[in-house]
Write a protein that binds this ligand. Structure first.
Ligand SMILES: Cc1cc2nc3c(=O)[nH]c(=O)nc-3n(C[C@H](O)[C@H](O)[C@H](O)COP(=O)(O)O)c2cc1C
Ligand SMILES: [Mn+2]
Length: 489
């Protein structure tokens, strides 16, 4: 059974020994960040702060902070398993024979069943505060880093509809608190939420869901193409639709079992200086104009639990949201680029600074084709540096990648400097949003690519390996394990 809501998720974490309740009074102003930073870096548990100072609600954090919890969230034993479910659907062929037809229908049904379901009543409406009664200060909203000017809501699922065609969008964007009923909305330039806003004439209704089952919460961070509803993806990944209920003051549906929903609107031309904010780049992003969100209603479950996340110098909890995306989207990337064997976005590269890609090389210049394709593919287009290696290289083994990036590269021939769009938050380029791209072709080169005959890589023969395996105990080298790990090279 999929996890229904945040409370079932917390219960599961607790059963699995993955959650610690913190009873001490702890300040959401900086103190929680320092606790969480240490906990995340130690691979520690999710934390439920029961008495955040100055607030009336508990705070859950680090729910996604390890690979194991990420797998628990998705009900899988490895993140690649999720990718397999998706590639099954993406790679559907016309079925042959009855058995395949039946299986095909099951797959199609799983897609049809992914659509959100609207229900009449949701526990998110147990408490409804409107107008002057709305007060964000009852929530333990964190001020994360010393130079942040205010508290920021950091783990929201922000719901809008495209005013042109009505399609829903759900995204995760930080929200700086301005006063008890107002926040900023940090819609960066490449994001769908911002596009919905820019397409309105006057004001756009917005709903913000806080405290969801982990898959639905994750889906808000997933880089889906604009026309795809993130709640539908959540339904597919959960194997059960997301249940929605109509908002109280907005014409939008909101998750029926969310802990908290903020309803409101954003005007087309009301902007203010948002930030600075200690961001996932590891730096403070400078203050910039962003739209202002007015809250018209705050609805809650009884004893609502507020979810939060801290981003900062990697690794932080969001690394695991990023890794989930990396794994889940591999099959989708492969539908356009079937030559890709695997890819890795190193956590230290803050998602967009570096991608390592392994390919089955089929023609001269193939690596360059793949770099340019990455620079043209959805949010991957913001990738600053792409390193391409051959199929047998393990892209997750950075030592191995460095070996080939050193050994196989003639910088004059194999390095491409190009240009293109860059991440909104990247402080390095001369101009914001636009600048240089680096491609490094670390594949073995072909004569057509201007290489001399390429030498063979050193490998011991299978025969000798087997012999040494067999004889290992005879040598008496007890401190070395009997079978050398196959290097995969
Ligand atoms: C913890 C966290 C915080 C994020 N904060 C922001 C943000 O403040 N602004 C933004 O544009 N994207 C932010 N993102 C990235 C977006 O959620 C992500 O790009 C998502 O795909 C956007 O959805 P959209 O393309 O439907 O707009 C954040 C992601 C995570 C995991
Ligand atoms: Mn989207």
């Amino acid at each position: 059974m999929p996890i229904r809501d945040l409370r079932e998720w917390i219960a599961l974490l607790e059963r699995e020994g993955e959650l610690v309740r913190v009873a001490a009074d702890v300040d959401p102003d900086l103190e929680i960040t320092e606790i969480v930073d240490r906990t995340v870096k130690a691979g520690g548990p999710a934390l439920l702060f029961e008495h955040p100072k100055g607030a009336q609600h508990p705070l859950l954090i680090n729910q996604f902070g390890t690979e194991r919890r990420m797998c628990l969230a998705f009900g899988v034993s490895s993140l690649d398993e999720i990718a397999h479910q998706l590639s099954d659907v993406l790679e559907m062929q016309p079925p042959q024979g009855l058995l395949e037809k039946v299986r095909g229908l099951q797959k199609l049904k799983s897609i049809a069943d992914s659509r959100p379901r609207t229900v009449k009543r949701g526990s998110v409406h147990d408490v409804v505060l409107q107008g002057d009664d709305v007060d964000l200060s009852v929530l333990p909203i964190q001020r994360c880093w010393p130079e942040d000017p205010a508290p920021f809501i950091t783990l929201p699922a922000v719901i809008t509809r495209d005013p042109r065609d009505g399609t829903r969008n759900v995204g995760m964007y930080r929200m700086q608190v301005m006063d008890k009923r107002t926040t900023f909305m940090h819609w960066q330039i490449h994001k769908d939420g911002r596009a919905d806003w820019l397409a309105t004439d006057g004001r756009i209704p917005v709903a913000v869901a806080l405290g969801l089952d982990p898959i639905t919460a994750y889906s808000a961070s997933a880089p889906l193409p604009k026309h795809l509803d993130e709640f539908m993806m959540a339904g597919f990944l959960r194997g059960e639709p997301v249940e929605l209920v109509r908002g109280v003051t907005v014409d939008l549906e909101v998750p029926a079992h969310a802990e908290i929903v903020l309803e409101g609107y954003i005007e087309k031309d009301e902007l203010g200086e948002e930030g600075p904010f200690g961001d996932h780049t590891g730096y403070y992003t400078a203050a910039e104009p962003f739209p202002v969100f007015h809250v018209t209603a705050m609805t809650m479950r009884r004893d609502a639990i507020y979810p939060s996340i801290v981003v900062g110098k990697p690794p932080q909890e969001d690394a695991w949201l990023g890794k989930a995306t990396e794994r889940i989207f591999l099959p989708a990337v492969r539908t356009t680029l079937p030559e890709i064997v695997d890819y890795d976005l190193p956590v230290a590269g803050a998602f967009h600074n570096l991608a390592i890609v392994s390919i089955r090389k089929q023609f001269p210049g193939h690596a360059s084709k793949v770099m340019h394709a990455i620079w043209g593919l959805g949010m991957l287009s913001l990738t600053k540096c792409v390193v391409v290696v051959d199929a047998h290289v393990d892209v997750h083994d950075y030592e191995q990648v460095l070996f080939y990036a050193g050994a196989n590269v003639d910088p004059k021939r194999d390095v491409i400097v190009s240009e293109g769009p860059l991440d909104h938050l990247d402080h390095a380029p001369e101009r914001q949003f636009f600048g240089g791209k680096l491609g490094i072709d670390a594949t073995a080169k072909w004569p057509e690519e201007g290489a001399r005959p390429w030498p063979a890589e050193i490998e011991m023969s299978e025969e000798i390996r087997a012999l040494v395996d067999r004889r290992w105990p005879e040598y008496g080298i007890a401190s070395v394990p009997p079978r050398s790990e196959s290097s995969g090279r």
